[in-house]
Design a protein around this ligand. Structure first.
Ligand code: UGA
Length: 439
């Protein structure tokens, strides 16, 4: 397994759990040392137990030869970040391909887990052939692991996609998944590559769609939670990824939407729908500012508590987290920004004061914004929090709270696409009643 990052560690641990011998190789000495010492460098529920329970079958190394020696499968699970042009940066993928030693016995198969542009498999094949590694197979086997539920996603997937140049190579990769009961989708390499990008782009499209419906709900007085339920019960549409919020983040959706848009554009096709998906998502993060201004007036000199920083709950991942955009927009508006998150403690949110507890964050704050739907925040609309805040404004960016209950507890509550009656405040209400509401 090349890459001891998120995908490599989860996939490696899960394969070991299926009974396979796994050697995980990374180029970062510190990472390998930590893993050897039993210290898991990422936050993923259950991963430490699976690594521990399979430690006899798992090795960690910096040495490419140790990783390749006797290996039947050469998994590539390295990062493919976005470049300035929006294309995927394949530097780490090429580094792995180029350092595969010659003269391997048998027919090892390169299994591509990293998310790569369509056509990458073809290029890897050419590069292997040019080095005389014609006996090395190649299979595209994209991952569909969501952070926070990655192990379960691996063990009980909706499907396993296997795209091979040679059917026998595909058969062997399918065989490796013995013990997992699921639908196997056999394709050519290009189609497997595109399944991954299309799946993430479609899920992102659903989110941007429901966010736009939420924005319409706010104008016409409908409730997006009910609308999503009514829509999602149609079996042709399904209930998933219809939660309106502050927009999607993470290391996958923003990158893959851009990558597919870019890939289509590079091929001469302008993917207009994805352009809109991306733009809606950017605007959605920024709508929080308008909602705060509606209740507080100018934000200059106010204190705003951001509750939750990670791009979603059950992870400490801050990559492309909406909290970043919201924090810097607030700072630019002249607000003082405090933040709390149970696991994400970023050291690069300059100008934001990180707090130990929710109560510390909301103390004397003019507003609290729920940015990540951490379960801990379900009880936010308490009298303790109400007492602590200078002004009792909650902008619930994840529709985590019951609007009626928040209102009954004395808060001015603003969700995403929730009806007006949930809040006692007409626009400007708080400004007019400022003195009364301040402690
Ligand atoms: C996503 C996909 O769900 C995985 O299938 C895929 O394998 C992975 O990307 C990847 O390409 O590696 P992940 O980024 O971990 O997984 O997170 P999701 O749970 O999909 O959430 C992504 C973002 O969408 C989060 O910011 C979340 O808050 C947001 N979201 C999700 C919504 O705003 N509304 C929803 O209804 C669902």
């Amino acid at each position: 397994m090349f890459g001891a990052g998120y995908v490599g560690l989860v996939t490696g641990a899960a394969l070991a759990d299926l009974g396979h011998e796994v050697v995980i190789r990374d180029v970062l000495p510190e990472r390998i040392e930590r893993l050897r010492a039993g210290d898991v460098p990422i936050y993923e529920p259950g991963l430490d137990e699976v690594l521990e329970r399979n430690k006899e079958r798992l090795r960690f190394t910096l040495d490419v030869n140790e990783a390749v020696d006797g290996a039947e499968f050469l998994y590539v699970a390295v990062g493919t970040p976005q470049t300035h042009s929006g294309d995927a940066d394949l530097t780490a993928v090429w580094a792995v391909v180029d350092e595969l030693p010659e003269g391997a016995s048998g027919r090892p198969i390169v299994v591509m887990k990293s998310t790569v542009p369509v056509g990458t498999g073809e290029r890897v094949r050419e590069r292997l052939d040019a080095r005389g590694l014609t006996a090395v197979g190649y299979v595209s086997n994209p991952e569909f692991l969501a952070e926070g539920s990655a192990l379960a996603d691996f063990m009980s997937p909706d499907r396993v996609v296997v795209g091979a140049f040679e059917p026998e190579d595909g058969d062997r990769v399918v065989e490796l998944h013995r013990g997992i009961d699921t639908e196997i989708v056999r394709t050519d390499v290009a189609s497997a590559e595109l399944v991954k990008l299309a799946a993430n782009a479609f899920l992102s499209t659903r989110i941007s769609f429901i966010n736009e419906i939420a924005n319409v709900c706010e104008l016409v007085g409908a409730d997006v939670v009910d609308v999503a339920r009514g829509v999602g019960l149609d079996h042709r549409l399904g209930p998933h990824f219809l939660r309106a919020g502050l927009g999607f983040g993470g290391s996958c959706f923003p990158k893959d939407v851009t990558a597919l848009k870019q890939l289509a554009g590079n091929s001469g096709y302008p993917f207009l729908l994805l352009q809109a998906v991306w733009e809606v998502n950017e605007l959605q993060k920024r709508r929080v500012i308008g909602k705060l201004q509606k209740h507080l007036g100018t934000l200059r000199g106010t204190t705003v508590a951001l509750l939750g920083l990670a791009f979603k709950p059950n992870t400490d991942d801050m990559r492309e987290a909406p909290s970043r955009v919201i924090a810097y927009r607030l700072l630019a508006e002249g607000a003082e920004v405090r933040a709390w998150d149970p696991v994400a403690h970023p050291d690069d949110l300059h100008g934001v004061e990180l707090c130990e507890t929710v109560l510390d964050a909301v103390q004397n704050a003019d507003a609290a914004v729920i940015v990540t739907d951490w379960p801990e925040l379900r009880s936010l609309a308490s009298s303790e929090v109400r007492q602590a805040m200078a002004r009792p404004v909650i902008v619930d960016g994840r529709n985590l709270l019951d609007p009626e209950a928040a209102h009954a507890a004395g808060f001015v509550y603003e969700g995403v696409g929730r009806p007006r009656h949930a809040s006692p405040a007409e626009p400007g209400f708080l400004r007019e009643h400022d003195a009364e509401l301040r402690h």
